[in-house]
Design a binder for this molecule. Structure first.
Ligand code: A3P
Length: 364
């Protein structure tokens, strides 16, 4: 517990340091010759930064409280998230799935909100930033970690508390079948999926970053063991299996006009084109120029740099980066022939169960 207290202090220092460095740039408001105080040009920016810094402070406190609650009363494992459905088993983690689902049953997401649904490591951060930029009509990144809008970690009521307002962009890894339909009905959704081979590799590094922060909760393991888990049963995977997640979307939700389906690989191939599709789906009516600017501002290299500071706020649970390589086909340097064969068999068996196979625009 001492470690948690120390980290709380570190995170508070980080917040103060961030606020001070930003304020130093645009703090002073000019006094005109008639003595009237003029609003400085950067005052809107200053207000946004103060709001951000307060959000971060509240986020850090919430994270600590959640970690302490888990340490005091670890959740029993494993049990189905939705009673009688073994496709997603709750396992002890930072996640707060049950409260989120209970809240979603009672109260829908705000009417003008957008929900981004993905399996882990499929491009969630990327699409979240794009949607935020489309909403604010500005191609600039904020300093907030995605986890401040992540519904498994923070239930909607807590997200509202952390941000001090209703949010317009939410993210979740909940499979579609677990989400109460009344919570998102009439809202716009974006579903993103990615080659499971690259997801598996990306998730391994994510897991190892969690292991660095919490070696007891997430014991270090070689890739081979992790690969076995990825192809294993739902209870071996944090949010159920990739196969069930994508199959459920494809079989049951793909024809819902409120849900736009995107593939990570297509985003890599034609980011501007895919951002335009998101813009059209949300009705945000961005100009061609803004679409171009957003594509640039959300490119992997720019994003990695822009979000570096925000990643420090996750160090208590994740010691690494969410912006690792951002490439298609990194699996080729990780999967050996035998693993590749196993994965391909699993994909073929899974595809053969679909009336219409899931389009996979990647080399398998
Ligand atoms: P890698 O680990 O393969 O690099 P998620 O956001 O769902 O957690 O997914 C993370 C994956 O998306 C990581 O993949 C990360 O590098 C990649 N990613 C994040 N932002 C990206 C961007 N702007 N462009 C391309 N890939 C991005």
């Amino acid at each position: 517990m001492d470690g948690i207290v120390m980290l709380t202090r570190d995170l508070s220092d980080l917040n103060r340091e961030y606020s001070r460095s930003k304020m130093g740039c645009n703090q002073s408001s000019a006094v005109q010759s008639n003595g009237i105080k003029e609003e400085p040009a950067g005052s809107k920016q200053h207000a946004d930064e103060t709001e951000e810094s307060q959000t971060l402070e509240r986020f850090n406190k919430t994270l600590m409280t959640r970690l302490q609650a888990i340490a005091n009363d670890p959740p029993a494992m494993p049990k189905p998230l939705v009673e009688g459905d073994p496709r997603m088993m709750l396992i002890p983690s930072l996640f707060n799935c049950e409260q989120t689902l209970a809240e979603l049953k009672e109260k829908p997401l705000p009417a003008d909100s957008v929900l981004i649904v993905t399996y882990l490591k499929s491009g969630t951060h990327w699409v979240w930033e794009i949607v935020k930029m489309l909403h604010k009509r500005k191609a600039t990144a904020d300093n907030l970690p995605k986890e401040t809008a992540h519904m498994e970690i923070l239930p909607p009521s807590v997200i509202k508390e952390v941000h001090g307002k209703e949010l317009q962009e939410y993210v979740t890894h909940f499979p579609m079948w677990t989400l109460p339909s009344q919570s998102y009905s009439g809202r716009k959704l974006v579903y993103v999926y990615r080659n499971p081979k690259d997801v598996c590799v990306s998730l391994y590094y994510h897991y190892m970053a969690m292991s660095k922060a919490n070696p007891t909760g997430f014991p270090e393991m070689p890739f081979e063991a992790f690969f076995g888990m990825f192809l294993g049963p739902p209870e071996a995977n944090l949010m159920g299996t990739w196969f069930d997640h994508v199959a459920d979307f494809w079989d049951n939700f793909r024809s819902n006009p409120d849900i736009l389906c995107i593939q990570y690989e297509q985003m890599i191939k034609d980011p501007e084109g895919e951002i335009k599709r998101i813009d059209e789906h949300l009705g945000t009516k961005a100009s061609e120029n803004l679409l171009k600017e957003i594509a640039e501002a959300t490119s992997f290299t720019t994003m990695k740099q822009a979000k570096a500071q925000s990643e420090k706020h996750l160090e208590i649970v994740f010691k690494g980066t969410m912006y690792r390589k951002g490439k298609v086909g990194d699996w080729k340097t990780h999967l050996n022939d035998e693993q590749n064969e196993k994965m391909e068999e699993a994909i073929s068996a899974w595809q053969s169960k679909r009336a219409e196979p899931v389009p996979l625009m990647f080399e398998i």
